[in-house]
Design a protein around this ligand. Sequence first.
Ligand SMILES: NC(=O)c1ccc[n+]([C@@H]2O[C@H](COP(=O)([O-])OP(=O)(O)OC[C@H]3O[C@@H](n4cnc5c(N)ncnc54)[C@H](OP(=O)(O)O)[C@@H]3O)[C@@H](O)[C@H]2O)c1
Length: 283
Amino acid sequence: MPTILITGGAGYLGSHLVKQSIQWDTHASYLHTAPPVSNRVTYHRCDLSDKDQVLHLLTRLRPSAIIHTACSSQTQKSLTSILPAARNLAEITASMGTHFIHVSTDMVFDGENSPYQEESPPSPVSPYGKAKAQAETEVSGLNPRAVIVRPSLIYGIDPPDHQTQWLLEGMEKGEPVRLFTDEIRCPIWVETLSLALLELVEIDYSGVLHIAGPQPLNRWDFGLAILGMLQRTPTPTVRPSTLAESGLTRPRDLTFDLGKAQILLKTPLLSVTEVHQRLNPPG
Ligand SMILES: NC(=O)c1ccc[n+]([C@@H]2O[C@H](COP(=O)([O-])OP(=O)(O)OC[C@H]3O[C@@H](n4cnc5c(N)ncnc54)[C@H](OP(=O)(O)O)[C@@H]3O)[C@@H](O)[C@H]2O)c1
């Protein structure tokens, strides 16, 4: 069985990937979150922003492929690790000839010129988007054979993703939850994204690829859809609002052109409506 390393193996996307990687000798890295006990998966503690630790781990494992999901916007440590971790992994995978899949984000765009294609020039507006855009530049410069995947909002109900968790906690505490009607994303089910990433490991492809759901939705409609999947009714504190009213600077419309992924991948990119039907079959 070929060896795969999944970074961020205790994170949201990483833990789903770990579960689906049954055809691999799976290794996963983590930093602070204690990983689950597993007979199938070997977990390694590694600070990916530390080059010596990364070199030590990769020299020991010599994986055939790495899917790098670690380093998101969830914590300050995660945010400040985006660039050094990407740089370390890109440099070492290039020298070892390891297939490297780097997970980026749709937040590398400003949301003013949708639909975005793989070739559209990045135009980040947030510190997270800027760090991810810079990481993409480093990755493609250091390892031109790398794949850079840009997902949109990642969601799921088992367990609920980070944003849905925030929505559910707000409902439980009776706190105001504002969902913007003028902020559009192309949400991707975590199960679909995991399958697509594992499929990409087997495909000869380099460069940027947009992997998202084919159904652009505003945050309000998406919030209602995910509550529907969970068979929950929004409480009165959950209200529609607008980015414009909030005064926040966030990308307005991150609709993606998915033509390339739809041709390249066998994994169907399911819409939110299709995922709902799968999770709640009629009758
Ligand atoms: N969530 C979304 O909607 C979304 C949308 C688009 C793109 N993305 C991208 O998709 C990827 C996965 O997102 P996610 O939501 O699954 O992330 P997540 O749940 O926040 O997991 C990220 C993991 O990164 C690990 N990490 C942070 N700093 C590290 C370091 N210095 N060394 C080693 N590990 C480190 C953390 O490990 P510990 O917990 O062990 O500290 C954490 O579990 C990220 O790259 C994110 O930018 C996410």
